[in-house]
Design a protein around this ligand. Structure first.
Ligand code: PMP
Length: 310
């Protein structure tokens, strides 16, 4: 059984004890990777208590991922938003990482998915700290370019957050750690920078902030969108453009971002120190504005926070 991280899980419409939220070994998703999921965070804010960050956008992306795979989710977006909130409340969590997943379960063997197949859906919520470590949030992570490329555009769509895509992420992450790096960065099949194993990437030089485009085999992250909005608010120019590998070696600052990784500076790439090393000043400014959304220092002009305990 998966390690118990909380007391309850929402599973196919009911909240049940963690231990009872199990599936059969013949579950389709285990054999064929047929799942789509989200990673969402809730933060304990001073003014509104526990709030889910960008709930609507995450649920929308879950349904988008399902649409790509013609997966029928037998709930509405509103129902899943409510279920996610109920799961946090039932587990009495102040802050949480939340994992909604829709998957094909007992739909029979084989890759001939019935065209009207219904997905099973579960939502787990539990406490989870800084994904790349507290130390990395402050001093940066040492990253290495992976020998594994991200998926080519006409193979598996990276715009869907599907379970099967994470075989690529696992290869990138394992290789990075074997080589002594904290995280791996992959190139796309054209040789340009794509993204980290589970993070989007921003590169800064001479005050201009660039990030890899949606056509560079990335998952277009919700944190990426948040960072782009916040950086524009701070007056920075943001470019979505192809980034060659050497731009990482010549950058003044680099950071990675994602729901799990939040905003994490990159200290070095392939053993070459980025700028002066550690956390650069623009990265720190963006990081402060990002975490400010949750500690009350950044006004939530965009209605990104959904209070859990009203
Ligand atoms: N790329 C990949 C491969 C990811 O797994 C994630 C994390 N979901 C991201 C980017 C960042 O996406 P988000 O900011 O929406 O969490």
């Amino acid at each position: 059984m998966a390690k118990q991280l909380a007391d309850y899980i929402w599973f196919n419409g009911k909240i049940i004890p963690w231990k009872e939220a199990t599936v059969h070994v013949m579950t389709h998703a285990i054999h064929y990777g047929s799942s789509v999921f989200e990673g969402v965070r809730a933060y304990n804010t001073p003014d509104q208590g526990t709030c889910v960050f960008r709930l609507q956008e995450h649920t929308r992306r879950l349904f988008d991922s399902a649409k790509i795979y013609r997966m029928n989710i037998p709930y509405t977006m509103d129902e899943l938003n409510q279920a996610l909130i109920d799961t946090i409340v039932k587990n009495d969590l102040k802050s949480a990482y939340i994992r909604p997943i829709a998957f094909f379960g007992d739909i029979g063997m084989g890759i001939k998915v019935p065209l009207d197949a219904e997905a099973e859906v579960s939502i787990a919520a539990f406490e989870w700290g800084a994904y790349l470590g507290e130390e990395a949030l402050k001093n940066g992570v040492n990253a290495g370019i992976s020998s594994w490329n991200r998926l080519a555009a006409n193979t598996i769509p990276t715009g869907a957050k599907a379970g099967g895509n994470y075989l690529s992420s696992q290869l990138i992450s394992m290789e990075a750690r074997r080589h002594g790096y904290g995280e791996g960065i992959a190139l796309d099949t054209n040789g340009f920078i794509s993204e980290g194993a589970g993070e989007n990437i921003f590169v800064i030089r001479d005050g201009v902030i660039s990030t890899t485009p949606k056509t560079a085999a990335i998952l277009p992250g919700i944190t990426r969108d948040t960072v782009m909005t916040l950086a524009k608010e701070l007056g920075y120019e943001i470019r979505e453009e192809n980034i060659p590998r050497e731009a990482m070696y010549l950058a003044d600052e680099i950071f990675m971002c994602g729901t799990a990784a939040e905003v994490t500076p990159v200290n070095s790439v392939d053993g070459i120190t980025v700028g002066k090393g550690g956390r650069g000043p623009i990265t720190e400014e963006i990081q402060n504005m990002f975490f400010g959304l949750f500690n009350g220092k950044t006004e939530d002009k965009w209605n990104w926070l959904t209070p859990v305990y009203k």
